[in-house]
Design a protein around this ligand. Structure first.
Ligand code: GUN
Length: 284
C-alpha cells in the first residue's frame, strides 16, 4: 500500500511559512501585493481565481482582482497589464489562462514584467529555469518538487518519467527534476511504448489531462506517483490522470486528486509573490 502524500497539509505548511514572512515584512511597512486578471466568465477560471484570492487573504497578502469582459480588446488588456507593471504596491501579476479567443495567452504573458511574473511563464523566466538560474519557479512543477522533498523522496540518481509536455507543467517539470540530478524521460501523446517507459520510473509525474490514463500495470512497484491531472470521470466525479484504485496498491507514494498537487499550486504562487516583493525591495 502506498504512502499517501497529503498535498493539503503540505500546502498549509507552506502557506503558514508565507504568512510568517508576510507578517515580518508588514512590520517593515511592506505589504506584498498580487494582482489577478480574469478575462471572461469561464467557471473553472473563476474558481481558480477565487481560490488564489482567498489564499492571499489567508496569508495576509494584499490581492486585487481585475475582471475584464470576454470581448475586451487586446489593446485594453495590455494597457491593464502595463499599469500593473508600473504600480509599486503590486509585486506579482498573473493573468488566469486560458484567455478567451481571439486573445493570445502568449502576447499577454510577454507583456507582464518578468520581475512580477509570479507564474514564471514569461520567456525570460523560462530561460532562467533552463539554465538553472531561476528566481521564480512555475507553481505546479515547483509544488510537485516540494511534495517530493517534504515526503522524503530523493530525486538524485532516480529514473523520472514525466507524462505530458505542456509549457505550464511537463517541460518545466522535466527541468526541475533534471536540476536535482534525476534522469528524466518526457513522454507525450506520440510516445509509442508508454507503458514500458512508465514502468522504468522511480518517480512518475502524470500531467496530460487524460482521466485515469496511468494504470497499475504501468507502475514500477514502490514508485512515487504524482498526479497533476484534474479531470472528470465517466460519472462526472473529479479524478486525476492516474487510476488511483489500481495504482495505489503498487506505488510506494501517491498523491490523491483532489488534495494532492492542486493545493500546492496556490501555495507556490504565494511563495513566488514573496520572492517578488523581496526582490523588488532589494531584500534578496
Ligand atoms: N491556468 C491553469 N493553470 C494556470 C496557472 O498556473 N496560472 C495561470 N495564470 N493560469 C492557469
Amino acid at each position: 500500500m502506498a504512502k499517501l502524500i497529503d498535498g493539503k497539509a503540505i500546502a498549509a505548511a507552506v502557506r503558514a511559512e508565507v504568512a510568517e514572512e508576510t507578517a515580518a515584512l508588514k512590520k517593515q511597512g511592506i505589504t506584498p501585493g498580487l494582482a489577478v486578471i480574469l478575462v471572461g466568465d469561464d467557471p473553472a477560471s473563476r474558481i481558480y481565481v477565487n481560490n488564489k484570492k482567498k489564499a492571499c487573504e489567508g496569508a495576509g497578502l494584499y490581492s486585487e482582482e481585475i475582471t475584464l469582459p470576454a470581448n475586451v480588446s487586446e489593446e485594453e488588456l495590455l494597457k491593464t497589464v502595463e499599469e500593473l507593471n508600473r504600480r509599486p504596491d503590486i509585486h506579482g501579476i498573473l493573468c488566469q489562462l486560458p484567455l478567451p479567443k481571439p486573445l493570445s495567452d502568449r502576447t499577454v504573458i510577454a507583456a507582464i514584467a518578468p520581475e512580477k511574473d509570479v507564474d514564471a511563464f514569461h520567456a525570460t523566466n523560462v530561460g532562467h529555469i533552463m539554465i538553472g538560474d531561476h528566481t521564480f519557479l512555475p507553481c505546479t512543477p515547483a509544488g510537485v518538487m516540494e511534495l517530493l522533498a517534504r515526503s522524503g523522496v530523493e530525486v538524485e540518481g532516480k529514473q523520472c518519467v514525466v507524462v505530458g509536455r505542456s509549457n505550464i507543467v511537463g517541460k518545466p517539470m522535466a527541468m526541475l527534476l533534471l536540476g536535482q540530478n534525476g534522469t528524466v524521460t518526457v513522454c507525450h501523446s506520440r510516445t509509442k511504448n508508454l507503458k514500458e517507459i512508465c514502468r522504468t520510473a522511480d518517480i512518475l509525474v502524470a500531467a496530460v489531462g487524460k482521466a485515469k490514463l496511468i494504470t497499475g500495470d504501468m507502475v514500477k512497484p514502490g514508485a512515487a506517483v504524482i498526479d497533476v491531472g484534474m479531470n472528470r470521470d465517466e460519472n462526472g466525479k473529479l479524478c486525476g490522470d492516474v487510476d488511483f484504485e489500481s495504482v495505489e496498491p503498487v506505488a510506494g507514494y501517491i498523491t490523491p486528486v483532489p488534495g494532492g498537487v492542486g493545493p500546492m499550486t496556490i501555495a507556490m504562487l504565494l511563495k513566488n509573490t514573496m520572492t517578488a516583493v523581496k526582490m523588488q525591495h532589494k531584500l534578496i
